[in-house]
Ligand binder design. Structure first.
Ligand SMILES: [Zn+2]
Length: 167
């Protein structure tokens, strides 16, 4: 007996096509090899989650640092708008880090927390970009470096392969 290279069900050695899913079988695949490939594909999304979560945590720490700088600038310029926005960044970033850590612990709730906090962050950053619209270059810099990565990460996290490894 061996396992189908596609659906991993047990099949007899003499068939060329899997009776369960119809996939063509290569004679080269031993049971061990099939198991190893299966293991590899199983582990892949977990690796993606770890990489995404580490990048998310680094990005959020950077955002908190940036927000602290904004607080300083805001208090010097006596600008309440900047200070409120900086407060929102800190709040959203702490929630994002907590969500990423929960996802590392394979908790689905971590993805929800992360998503809510990132949407708050994206809205705040978008407003910041709109506020800087008069200085066109700064607005596009905010979009390219602070809003777009956030949106991309949200999409990556919601990919089914990543999501199915959270419970
Ligand atoms: Zn099969």
């Amino acid at each position: 007996m061996r396992n189908c290279i596609s659906c991993y069900q047990q099949i007899t050695d003499d068939v060329n096509f899997c009776p369960h899913c119809g996939a063509k079988q290569s004679q080269l695949h031993t049971q061990e090899e099939v198991r190893a490939t299966h293991q590899e594909t199983e582990n892949k999304p977990v690796v993606i989650i770890i990489v995404l979560a580490i990048l998310t945590i680094c990005g959020s720490i950077f955002t908190i640092g940036r927000a602290v700088l904004y607080e300083l600038v805001g208090s010097m310029a006596n600008d309440d708008g900047i200070m409120i926005r900086a407060g929102i960044y800190v709040f959203a970033s702490i929630g994002t880090i907590a969500g990423a850590i929960m996802m590392l612990l394979k908790k689905m709730n971590g993805l929800y927390l992360y998503t809510v906090c990132q949407i708050i962050y994206i809205i705040a950053a978008t407003f910041a970009a709109i506020a800087h619209n008069s200085k066109e270059n700064l607005a596009s810099v905010i979009f390219v470096f602070f809003v777009a990565p956030s949106i991309l990460f949200l999409i990556f996290y919601w990919i089914k392969d990543v999501r199915k490894h959270l419970k």
